[in-house]
Design a protein around this ligand. Structure first.
Ligand SMILES: [Zn+2]
Length: 433
């Protein structure tokens, strides 16, 4: 299994200049290659933009391209890996654009790559071949060819363990340099799942998560608490004139504040997902259309803040490690509108209604808890149908509430509500009970 290990670097000022130079080399190769591809397109030649073709072109022309004012070539100052990673990024960008244009790529339309400017592009380059990475007997450092031994903020050898390092990307974000190692870990022997049973999780807006057993994990709203400082810093930035040193410093301050919020958020999510993956045997979550939700202005900030996509990504790899099973419920399943006790579906439920009240059976329950219970029930079908999370044998206890089976039908356009593979089975069985 491939994994990413990200560590913060602690370079000396001289090394930092070397890192910047390498990132600049990657950008230079990207831009030179892009200019070359544009020329080919304008000359109506058949463009050759595979990484192999770009690399061959670069090696044939670097003596004339990468020269200073006096004509002396400078490309030897940086590792060849830096130029290669620029060309690799260009090749990927062109291939994404081409596939997107032909309709072979899902997601948002990808435009034609643009030149990278020193101000706007994130300084970044990568090592893929040669002797880079961990250093024997020096656990808190990494070897970067041409730059040397760079000290790390943590024990990187311990974090990589027995995995094989395939790639090392080095980049600068919010004033700090990071190395991201792509490592291949041998698949661990299958482990018995944790014994905590099944849990459904509703990812919320007011709270970060509500578990079907009633546990509530509050939202840190770190962004909100940093908002005033951030606003202040952004105002200060807008007053600085373009291109000045003070503007650069103000921009760095805003970036640091954003990074601090992101770090705290990642830390909290990591703790939560580790707890979930090592406690429960089956974890049921909803497949949320995060891109769609962020487009909604009222929800946008809270959703971005709570980082749904990151939550799911962490759960996906952590459950593989601990042996827990992750069940993802189709995003059209009406988990909020469905009554977890009798199964009737509300036509309308506004976001401001924090308590779910069912007209059919009289259930009054916290909105998020109701959704979490529904998610748990659907995710663990067909064994469970009980509203409060207990296991019910199919021929065992009768459901408490009397209910009209018709109420199970979605209120409008039955075919618009798609259920997950297991969910459909469970709801159909629920109706015939
Ligand atoms: Zn009900």
């Amino acid at each position: 299994m491939l994994e990413a290990v990200r560590v913060t670097l602690d370079p000396t000022p001289a090394q930092e200049r070397g890192l910047m130079s390498h990132a600049g080399a990657a950008r230079f190769a990207f831009n030179a290659g892009l200019a070359h591809v544009k020329e080919m397109l304008e000359a109506r030649e058949r463009p050759a933009w595979s990484l192999y073709a770009l690399r061959r072109w670069w090696n044939a022309n670097k003596e004339t391209l990468a020269v200073d004012a006096s004509g002396a070539p400078w490309w030897r100052e940086n590792s060849k890996e830096a130029y290669n990673s620029g060309l690799e990024a260009l090749s990927d960008a062109l291939s994404n654009w081409s596939k997107s244009r032909k309709g072979q790529r899902r997601g948002r339309k990808v435009g034609f790559p643009r030149f990278r400017t020193k101000d706007r592009a994130t300084p970044r380059f990568a090592y893929t071949t040669g002797s880079f990475g961990l250093i024997d007997g020096d656990p808190k450092a990494l070897k970067l060819p041409r730059i040397g031994r760079v000290h790390c903020m943590e024990n990187v050898t311990k974090r990589v363990g027995d995995a094989k390092v395939l790639r090392m990307t080095v980049g600068r974000h919010a004033g700090r340099w990071h190395a991201s190692l792509t490592v291949e870990r041998p698949d661990a022997a299958p482990r018995p799942a944790p014994t905590g049973g099944t849990v459904g999780i509703d990812l919320g807006v007011r709270t970060l998560a509500t578990l079907s057993n009633g546990t509530v994990i509050p939202n840190p709203h770190t962004l909100a608490s940093h908002e005033r400082r951030l606003k202040h810093a952004q105002k200060a930035l807008s007053r600085k004139s373009g291109g000045s040193n003070r503007r650069r410093k103000a921009r760095e301050r805003v970036a640091r504040l954003h990074a601090r919020v992101a770090d705290r958020r990642r830390d909290l999510l990591n703790k939560l997902t580790t707890m979930l993956a090592s406690t429960y045997s089956d974890i049921c979550i909803e497949d949320l259309n995060v891109a769609g939700m962020v487009g909604n202005h009222r929800l946008a900030k809270a959703v971005a803040d709570a980082s749904f996509a990151e939550f799911r990504r962490q759960l996906e790899y952590k459950t593989v490690r601990t042996g827990a099973r992750l069940h993802i419920i189709d995003r059209w399943y009406p988990s909020s509108k469905l009554c977890s006790n009798c199964g009737s579906v509300k036509a309308k439920l506004s976001l401001s209604e924090r308590t779910y009240h069912c007209e059919s059976c009289g259930l009054t329950i916290d909105r998020d808890l109701n959704a979490a219970v529904n998610i748990q029930v659907v995710g663990s079908a067909p064994e469970t149908l009980n509203a409060h999370g207990g296991n019910v044998r199919r021929n065992g206890a009768r459901r408490r509430a009397t209910r009209d089976p018709m109420k199970c039908e979605p209120s409008s356009g039955g075919n618009r509500v798609r259920l997950g593979a297991n969910a459909r089975k469970s709801v159909l069985q629920a109706k015939t009970n």
